[in-house]
Design a protein around this ligand. Structure first.
Ligand code: PMP
Length: 284
């Protein structure tokens, strides 16, 4: 069965789905996106993802292709048509199609909306978390507004490719000696007291929805949360490190640039937080 995609008002077999060559997403990366996870037919953290999507649109003065209620209906329909119980739903909005010109197209230009879904392997994610992942460091060469979730992801793709080539799962991005986040996730360390540390929510990181939920979980578990930048050296010397994202939840880090973190296996704080995140996210 071919996967079904939603493209500008129509549900089409994904191998026949097309966008225009003068779509501004294609020519200028003038678009934003969101990724949500569905587990057992239920969306995790959906309201958070939709709120961030709205914010990304507003920050770029982009019109929403439809209201959020209608969007939820289309998302559910894409999942249904693909017969998925556990899914990754990808949504992308661009400023639409117009003759190539850097300045915005005329008012009233219809934004483009694409929604796709694919199977999400929940068990595989848990297996991976039991072992933990290796990461490497890479320079953070991104622009100054990475808090907006744009499709302009070339620096992130370069960093991820470097990680993949090194046999690692992720790249920790470093700017002025400080770890900002990872190429597609937020970065955390644990200190000697068991407190968890992550970069504050500024223009230098994407405010992860999982990050936000993980903070709420930590508070519930009475784990102290410190939002401050940390250095790469501090991360390498930390008793534990982990990353968060909608698709990896809370994922323990076991090495950075080949240097073992803690005991070289997933740490207790990360594992506790992962369980708490799963329990909380599945409540909706
Ligand atoms: N930072 C970056 C650069 C990302 O691409 C992502 C994943 N979209 C995240 C952080 C984590 O965000 P979330 O928890 O909302 O998936």
């Amino acid at each position: 069965m071919s996967r079904i995609a939603y493209v500008n008002g129509q549900y089409v077999p994904q191998n026949q789905a097309m966008v225009h060559i003068e779509d501004r997403g294609y020519q200028f990366a003038d678009g934003i996106y969101e990724v949500c996870v569905v587990v057992g037919g239920r969306y995790w953290d959906m309201e958070g993802h939709l709120a961030r999507m709205q914010r990304s649109l507003e920050e770029l003065q982009m019109t929403s292709p439809m209201d959020m209620r209608a969007l939820k209906v289309v998302m559910a329909e894409v999942v249904r048509r693909n017969r998925l119980k556990d899914a990754l739903v990808y949504m992308q909005v661009t400023r639409g199609v117009a003759p190539r010109n850097h300045a915005f197209p005329p008012e009233g230009t219809q934004p483009s909306l694409v929604i796709t879904a694919r199977r999400f392997n929940f068990d595989q994610s848990d297996e991976k978390a039991k072992k933990g992942v290796a990461v490497i460091s890479q320079p953070d060469i991104r622009w100054g507004r990475v808090d907006i979730k744009t499709v302009g992801l070339l620096p992130n793709a370069l960093a991820k490719e470097a990680a993949t080539k090194a046999g690692a799962a992720e790249a920790l991005l470093v700017r002025d000696g400080m770890v900002t986040e990872c190429s597609s996730s937020n970065a955390w360390i644990v200190d000697e007291t068991g407190a968890i540390i992550t970069h504050p929510k500024t223009n230098e990181i994407l405010g992860g929805i999982t990050r936000q939920t993980a903070i709420a979980c930590a508070e519930e578990l009475q784990i102290k949360v410190i939002e401050r930048p940390f250095t790469l050296e501090e991360a390498k010397a930390a008793p534990e490190a982990f990353l968060t994202s909608a698709t990896s939840f809370v994922m323990p880090i076991i090495s950075i640039d080949g240097a073992q973190i803690g005991a070289g296996k997933p740490g207790p704080v990360a594992l506790r937080l992962r369980e708490a995140y799963k329990a909380r996210a599945s409540r909706g």
